[in-house]
Design a protein around this ligand. Structure first.
Ligand code: IVH
Length: 708
């Protein structure tokens, strides 16, 4: 390719990736599949690598870039980043309304959610993101540009109709789901969980290494001008609409109101929905829409007089800690749990709340018998906010973490640098039950008949002492097993056969699933995939040179370009597992059972097939399931895409396809064909080859035999 042509291709790819990032991360309307996206992204990476002369910091490949910082540079805010005066009652809002009415005439209110995150100022020059800074003390904040660039919904560049120089302000937040996952991960690895999404967000933005930040589920909403580039807007609402057009995420809900009564109604409506957003809201912000009034309204030391925050009363309920029990997790971590007198909170009855770890119980000084305030922390999980000391009568007891495992009686240890206390007996029945459940879970070996109750029964009856015992179970005994609860007998019966089929099918599952199933701390689904990609078979994992290399490389602090995706903690954990007596025993048992899972091979596609290399998009109403066509196309060597791109050869149009779609496709050089023509093109490869086993519904997929 000519240099000019390469440049054009790079620009085209950047624009397409940006557009798709925006559709995915900002508008939640993905238009293409992962495979197509990855293909574009990888092509761009390769071109940029081969042509460093076209480097651009605003390229979507450059979100995570730069070395870890020693500290953050300071940024001066001009104008300062103000705060907001807060009101807690409608009475205070009436006073606000009186003041506004006395000062200006012909105004409109806007009610917006008050997002509980970390305020951020974003500066664009020449329509490129040049700086992101935290509020700090309002005058000077931290330059966290490297970190904020990793947030996929933050545009790195703006469209041509945006001002050259623009500063916008908003709130970075951690999604509620992301927060729950992050905390689960932290607890699993013995770390300290965050108290709420806001703290988790603030903590993430303070990390000095953007690579770590990139893995945190952060997002942003912009809601204000930063004083540069927004003068032309008469109304705040118009400005927000423009932000949205320029690709910024804005609040998904806002209401325009004429009177203070309408404002109250909007606040109530928002209050009713407060748990439905991806972010936490701790109130509503009432603003004047007409920006021409801002000057005369002025500001207090706290914040502008054209806006007020209204804080919702926290949702809390009083109850009593009846006892504190200790739960044992899959990796042996002991977690104290408060058993509460049942109480209603935000629409559900709560009778338990995790206390995370002994340190936290001591820090919060929560005693058995205490009256406590229960709150919906992060509006997701109920948590004890505080104990009500005034209600103590002296009968309360201080909780002490057991020094032996409450289930198996074995010793517990607290590892250095961890807050968690662990039971270290791998044969502990409680651990075993949770491990067995994990072993059988969907992303592991997917043994559906082995739900929580059955796992408990198998362990209680001594039928399973290790997950691998599943492979030597006596299925007749199992069929006759009583798995009933509370004195109501129930035979396991036919489920035994389902379980046996699933267990047999599990033998043929790929390495990544098995590695995840083992349940090594720090080895989740993705990590297991990354590690499996570098190993042929399960038996290669013990003492693996690849994993050693990862660990040693880190110990040398060699900032060599990372060639493998494998994380150090994970590599270390896997090595430690196989070096432990339990791990070594597990590996030996696998061998005995003749199970040695192999790396998943990409399914063979025919490079010589009738559709070899042809991009295909399926659209409209088709006479067969889309997945069926997709499979047929792939077997014929075609590539199924989610949307038409310049690399699409055929658009397979079923019924009810709009003309715009087909015209757009033709303009890109794509051939528009119908189902009949597709079948013609597929020819014989549409039918299964004569020697292939006929697929039979309901049974497990045949295990692929040894190829060599
Ligand atoms: S407007 C002068 N709108 O709440 C600042 N702020 O407690 C005008 N906040 O510092 C800000 N959601 O960080 C505005 N919809 C929203 C907001 C919002 C959250 C934050 C902002 C402010 C803080 C005050």
């Amino acid at each position: 390719m000519e240099s000019e042509e390469i440049k054009r291709r790079i620009e085209r790819l950047r624009a397409e990736i940006e557009l798709n990032d925006r559709l995915y991360y900002v508008e939640a309307k993905p238009a293409i599949g992962d495979a197509d996206y990855d293909a574009m992204y990888n092509e761009l990476l390769a071109l940029e690598k081969a042509h460093p002369e076209f480097y651009d910091p605003a390229s979507p490949t450059q979100r995570v870039s730069g070395e870890p910082l020693g500290s953050f540079a300071q940024v001066r805010h001009d104008p300062p980043m103000q705060s907001l005066d807060k009101t807690h009652s409608k009475g205070e809002l009436v006073a606000f309304d009186d003041f506004i009415r006395k000062t200006v005439e012909g105004f409109t209110y806007l009610v917006e959610p008050k997002i509980d995150g970390v305020s951020m100022s974003l500066r664009y020059e020449n329509r490129r993101l040049v700086r992101a800074a935290t509020r700090g003390n309002g005058i000077v904040g931290d330059d966290v540009t490297q970190n904020v660039r990793t947030i996929k919904s933050v545009p790195l560049s703006l469209p041509a109709d945006a001002p050259d120089t623009l500063e916008v302000r908003g709130e970075v937040y951690m999604t509620r789901d992301g927060f729950a996952e992050l905390n689960a991960r932290l607890e699993e690895s013995g770390g300290e969980p965050f108290a709420n999404p806001r703290n988790a967000c603030a903590g993430s933005l303070k990390l000095l290494d953007p690579k770590v930040v990139a893995k945190r589920p952060l997002d942003i909403v912009v809601y204000n001008s930063g004083g540069v580039g927004c003068d032309s807007f008469a109304r705040h609402s118009e400005m927000i609409a423009a932000f949205k057009r320029w690709g910024f995420p804005v609040a998904p809900w806002a209401k325009s109101c004429k009177t203070i009564d309408e404002v109250f109604a909007a606040i109530d409506e928002l209050g009713g929905r407060r748990h439905s957003f991806r972010f936490e809201i701790d109130g509503a912000v009432v603003k004047i829409d007409e920006r021409r009034f801002y000057g005369v309204l002025g500001a207090t030391a706290h914040g502008p007089r054209w806006a007020r925050a209204f804080k919702y009363a926290p949702e809390r309920a009083e109850t009593v800690v009846e006892s504190i029990t200790v739960q044992i997790g899959r990796t042996g971590i002991l977690t104290p749990v408060a058993e509460l007198r049942p109480v209603e909170l935000a629409g559900s009855v709560i009778s338990r709340a995790t206390l995370h770890n002994a340190d936290q119980v001591a820090r919060q000084d929560i005693r058995i018998g205490d009256h406590v305030w229960l709150v919906k922390a992060g509006d997701v999980i109920p948590a004890i906010d505080s104990s009500i000391k005034e209600r103590r009568d002296g009968t309360e007891r201080v909780f002490e973490m057991p020094t032996t495992c409450p289930v198996c009686g074995g010793g517990v240890v607290r590892l250095e640098g961890e807050v968690a206390v662990r039971c270290v007996n791998p044969a502990c029945p409680a651990q075993l039950q949770r491990r067995l459940e994990h072993f059988a879970s969907r992303n592991a070996l997917d043994i559906k008949a082995l739900g929580g109750r059955i796992a408990d029964v198998l362990v209680e009856r001594g039928l399973v002492r290790d997950p691998l015992d599943l492979f030597t179970l006596d299925w007749d005994v199992l069929a006759g097993l009583d798995v009933g609860e509370e004195g109501v007998p129930r035979k396991f019966g036919k489920n035994a056969k389902n379980m046996r089929d699933a267990v047999e099918a599990a033998r043929g599952l790929p390495l990544e699933r098995w590695l995840f199933a083992v349940g090594i701390p720090n080895v989740g689904v993705t990590v297991a995939k990354d590690i499996a990609a570098e190993h042929e078979r399960f038996s290669d994992l013990a003492g693996s040179p690849v994993l050693r290399e990862v660990v040693e490389n880190d110990a040398r602090k060699g900032r060599k370009r990372k060639i493998l995706k494998i994380k150090v903690e994970a590599a270390r954990a896997v090595l430690a597992f196989f070096a432990s007596p339990y791990g070594a025993g597990f590996a030996a048992r696998m061998k005995e059972l003749g199970i040695d899972p192999k790396r998943a091979e990409a399914e063979a596609v025919r490079t010589d097939g009738p559709l070899a290399g042809a991009g295909c998009v399926l659209t409209g109403t088709l006479s067969r399931p889309r997945t069926e066509y997709a499979k047929m196309i792939e077997l014929a060597g075609g590539i199924v895409q989610g949307a038409v791109t310049s690399r699409t050869k055929y658009l397979i149009a079923g019924a009810n396809v709009g003309a715009t779609k087909t015209e757009k496709a033709r303009a890109l050089g794509t051939e528009v064909i119908d189902e009949a023509r597709l079948l013609e093109l597929l020819g014989s490869s549409a039918k299964p080859p004569p020697d292939a086993p006929a697929p039979s519904a309901g049974t497990a997929a045949p295990v692929q035999g040894e190829l060599f």
